[in-house]
Design a protein around this ligand. Structure first.
Ligand code: NDP
Length: 253
C-alpha cells in the first residue's frame, strides 16, 4: 500500500465541488492527501470541502475561474505560501454544450475551448512553475474518450478534449526534466450532471449499453483508482499517457 500512499501530499482539484472532481478528491483524501477543492464561488467550494471534512478528510476550499490567469496566479501563490506545496494537480474543470455543428454558436464554442483547453494550459503553466522549482510533481488532466470518436452535437467539446490530450503529451516532454509526470484520464460515459440529459434519455441509454462491452454506464467512483495510481509513487515512470476508463467502449468501435 506504501506505493499508493498520499500522506503529506497536497492535491488541488479544479471543479472539485461536484461530479467526477469531488469523487476524485475523495479518493485522494482517502489515501492521505490534503485536498484543495476549487470552484468559482468560495461558498460552493467550502460546502464541498466541508462535506469531506465531515467524513474525516483534510479538505480546504479555493475560489478561482480556470480561464482567469490573474485569479489563478493569486490563489496558487496563496496556497503555495500558506497551505503547502502543491504535489498533485487534477485539471478536472470542464464544460460541454450540445448543438449541431452547422448551428453551433461561436460564443459557446469559445467558452468550451476557454474552459477545457485554455484552462488546462493555464493551470499546467502556473502550477508547473512551482513544481519545476521543487523538481517534483504529478499533473493529471481529465480528457475524454470523445476525443477519439466523431459524434453529433459535441464536435467542439471533442476537439477541446483532443487538445487536452496533446497538452498532456507536450507537457510530459517539457516537464519530465523537472521530474514532473503529466498524464490524462479519458473517461467514457459516466453518470454526472454533465451527462444527465443522456442518462435521462432511455433510447440513448439502450444504445450505449449495447455498445459498451461492460453493458452499462460508468459510476464516477470507478475513476478513483486510476486517479490515485497516477497521483502516487506507483506511477513515477508513467508519463505522457492517456488512460481510457471506458468499460471497453473504445476497443469495441
Ligand atoms: P460536472 O458538470 O458535474 O462538473 C464540472 C465541474 O467543472 C463543476 O465543478 C464546474 O463548476 C466546474 N467548472 C466549469 N467551468 C469552470 C471554470 N471556468 N472554472 C472552474 N471550474 C469550472 O461534470 P463531470 O463531473 O461529469 O465532468 C468533470 C470532467 O470530466 C470534465 O472535464 C468533463 O469534460 C470530463 N468528462 C466527463 C465525462 C462524463 O461522462 N461525465 C466523460 C468524459 C470526460 P460549477 O459547479 O460551478 O458549475
Amino acid at each position: 500500500m506504501v506505493l499508493f500512499n498520499l500522506n503529506s501530499k497536497v492535491a488541488l482539484i479544479t471543479g472539485g465541488n461536484r461530479g467526477i472532481g469531488l469523487v476524485i478528491a475523495k479518493g485522494l483524501a482517502a489515501h492521505g492527501a490534503k485536498v484543495i477543492i476549487n470552484n468559482r464561488s468560495l461558498e460552493t467550494a467550502e460546502l464541498a470541502a466541508k462535506s469531506l471534512r465531515d467524513e474525516g478528510y483534510d479538505a480546504l476550499p479555493v475560489a478561482f475561474d480556470v480561464t482567469d490567469k490573474e485569479q489563478i496566479e493569486k490563489e496558487i501563490n496563496h496556497i503555495e505560501n500558506e497551505v503547502g506545496p502543491i504535489d498533485i494537480l487534477i485539471n478536472n474543470a470542464g464544460i460541454n454544450v450540445r448543438h449541431p455543428l452547422l448551428e453551433f454558436p461561436e460564443s459557446v464554442y469559445d467558452n468550451i475551448i476557454d474552459v477545457n483547453q485554455k484552462g488546462t494550459f493555464l493551470m499546467i503553466q502556473v502550477v508547473g512553475r512551482y513544481m519545476a522549482k521543487r523538481n517534483r510533481g504529478k499533473i493529471i488532466n481529465i480528457a475524454s474518450m470523445q476525443s477519439e470518436l466523431g459524434r453529433e452535437t459535441i464536435t467542439p467539446y471533442a476537439a477541446s478534449k483532443g487538445a487536452v490530450k496533446m497538452l498532456t503529451r507536450g507537457a510530459c516532454v517539457e516537464l519530465a526534466p523537472y521530474n514532473i509526470q503529466v498524464n490524462a484520464i479519458a473517461p467514457g460515459y459516466f453518470k454526472s450532471d454533465l451527462t444527465k440529459p443522456l442518462v435521462d434519455n432511455k433510447e440513448f441509454t439502450n444504445w450505449l449499453c449495447n455498445r459498451v462491452p461492460a453493458g452499462r454506464w460508468g459510476n464516477v467512483e470507478e475513476l478513483q483508482g486510476t486517479a490515485v495510481y497516477l497521483a502516487s509513487k506507483a506511477s513515477d515512470f508513467v508519463n505522457g499517457h492517456i488512460v481510457f476508463v471506458d468499460g471497453g467502449m473504445l476497443s469495441a468501435v
